[in-house]
Design a binder for this molecule. Structure first.
Ligand code: GLA
Length: 372
């Protein structure tokens, strides 16, 4: 029970006491007014607010993996709080594409991705597909691919087509390409896809996905799009090109951010860049580091509150987006100790909305407060 709920119950009790004293004095007007207030207070306290119930017109997502969607405790929270999921790794190329057989056919392993899609299907949860093309998830056999560029391109076309086709009607959206633009630059980062397929590789991949499923939403996803201006410019040049060709439906801002940056107005103006292009906005991988400089050893009350405020900023910017351009706000994991940030950066950190024992944090309340 949150402090807010306890307060609601206490308010209810106080009002009930005053109701009885009013009744004994027989003052009718006072009685009916008090009755209304009691009803509201009681109803509020009995309702269990969840992330998805607080968000009225957008999906609330969480990053999952195949083991967790089979674990009863995780499952309980996924079902209760979220109506969308993203596979943290299980739907990336490295997880699915295993090689080429002697007839030249691609060898797939759908085990991990199917577990996630099946879980979503049986629980009426949306799946955001992540990610068809990403320079950090290339199977080893493909890194050393000895065929021609044309053969490479055909292989990628087949891969994108097969994956999108397999999950047609089951996956609501795809990150077609993840992180194509370099850091502090407006140009494409160097990658195997750029080398083998040329400058137009992003457009080609969006086209393959569009051809495979005309109704799935297609998104471009990247990090630091709020704070890195050059990267933002390059990204929007790419996006405008895709939009002109009617190949893109939305943009994912990953939102791996810090407790003290970026500011609400920076998030707001970067978000406007998507909205003014009439594209869907996905805040796709939200987590908020509280120890980016490694200067704390314990999660202090002060950092917890700063994190709560930052989450509130993010959610309130998201909530202000016109309804037509809202899609989903996805949190990059459930519990603090599940987060990739701890392994990646080495510092202790507490970046998510639930603590290690599945308890809601201040940050959770920040999410709810933004939508009150
Ligand atoms: C990037 C990718 C994600 C994931 C995170 C780390 O943001 O888009 O798929 O790998 O890094 O968890």
């Amino acid at each position: 029970m949150t402090t807010k709920h306890i307060l609601n119950v206490l308010t209810g009790l106080l009002l009930l006491t005053s109701l009885f004293s009013t009744r004994s004095r027989g003052v009718d007007k006072g009685l009916s007014q008090t009755l209304n207030i009691v009803t509201v207070a009681e109803t509020k306290s009995l309702q269990e607010v969840t992330l998805k119930s607080a968000a009225q017109d957008f999906l609330v997502g969480v990053a999952v993996n195949p083991l967790r969607v089979k674990d009863s405790m995780y499952k309980k929270f996924y079902r209760q709080e979220f109506n969308s999921i993203t596979a943290e790794n299980a739907m990336k190329m490295k997880s699915i594409l295993k090689g080429i057989d002697s007839n030249g056919n691609l060898i797939y392993d759908w085990t991990r991705s199917d577990i996630i899609v099946d879980f979503a299907e049986s629980n009426n949860i949306n799946v955001h597909g992540h990610a068809l093309i990403w320079h950090e998830s290339i199977p080893d056999f493909l890194q050393g691919f000895s065929g021609t560029n044309k053969e490479f391109e055909l292989l990628i076309k087949t891969y994108v087509t097969d994956v999108v086709t397999r999950y047609k009607g089951k996956v609501g959206s795809w990150d077609v390409v993840n992180e194509a633009i370099g850091d502090n630059t407006s140009t494409l980062r160097n990658s195997l896809f750029l080398e083998r397929m040329g400058e137009d590789y992003v457009k080609k991949c969006f086209q393959y996905a569009r051809n495979a499923d005309a109704s799935v939403k297609l998104l471009y996803n990247d990090y630091n799009l709020v704070s890195d201006q050059k990267k933002q410019e390059g990204t929007f040049a790419l996006i405008d090109h895709l939009k002109k060709n009617n190949l893109i439906d939305g943009v994912g801002y990953q939102m791996h951010i810090n407790f003290d940056a970026p500011s609400k107005s920076e998030i707001q103006s970067a978000t406007n860049q998507i909205v003014k292009r009439k594209l869907l906005v996905h805040f796709s991988e939200l987590d908020v580091k509280v120890n980016p400089n490694g200067n704390i050893n314990q999660f202090s009350k002060q950092r917890a509150l700063a994190q709560r405020n930052k989450v509130q900023d993010v959610v309130s910017v998201y909530n202000d987006i016109p309804k037509a351009y809202k899609y989903a706000l996805t949190i990059w994991g459930l519990k603090d100790n599940d987060s990739w940030i701890i392994t990646r950066y080495g510092n202790k950190d507490w970046p998510l909305l639930f603590d290690d024992s599945f308890t809601k944090k201040e940050a959770y309340q920040g999410f709810i407060d933004a939508l009150d």
